[in-house]
Design a protein around this ligand. Structure first.
Ligand code: GLU
Length: 154
């Protein structure tokens, strides 16, 4: 079962994300990744295999940020590849992690392709990243008030 971690703080959260993912390893996973918002831009590290391998890659990239998310994946849609590992990103504007299955992902994928979205993974999850991106640019930029998941997932 996948694991999800999120952190925001006035200190570097990269060690918090890594430690959180390590604590979730017991649940089982095949790949892992983190996305951070650093100096106004998104950066992401993903690896198949152990969290420690992803953590080593994050250390090599010298990642530091005060906001980030992390994920350990248990693949359901798409093989165990780096491209399928979470977080998924849409247009360098949002990063998303997800636990579970998007039942109507094929229909959503087709719809989003027609809207010009290009998919980089085989996962069901990536449709949600692009769908949120699409709705953000329709003026729904306040998820808490203006946009409910039920509204976009039809
Ligand atoms: N269905 C998603 C995928 O295959 C999420 C799997 C999970 O819960 O880790 O990427």
């Amino acid at each position: 079962m996948c694991g999800i971690v999120g952190a925001i703080a006035d200190r570097d959260v990269v060690p918090v994300l890594i430690e959180g993912l390590k604590r979730l390893e017991y649940r089982g996973y095949d790949s892992s990744g983190i996305a951070i918002f650093e100096s106004e831009r998104l950066r992401r590290i993903r690896r198949t295999g152990r969290v420690s391998e992803m953590a080593a890659a994050a250390a090599e990239e010298d990642l530091h940020a005060s906001l980030g998310i992390g994920h350990t994946r248990w693949a359901t849609h798409g093989g165990v590849t780096e491209a399928n590992a979470h977080p998924h990103i849409s247009h360098d504007e949002l990063a998303l992690v997800h636990n579970g299955i998007i039942e109507n992902h094929e229909a959503q994928r087709e719809r989003l392709r027609l809207l010009g979205y290009v998919f980089e993974s085989q996962t069901d999850t990536e449709v949600i990243a692009h769908l949120i991106h699409y709705h953000m640019h329709q003026g729904c930029d306040d998820f808490g008030i203006g946009l409910r998941f039920e509204d976009i997932a039809q």
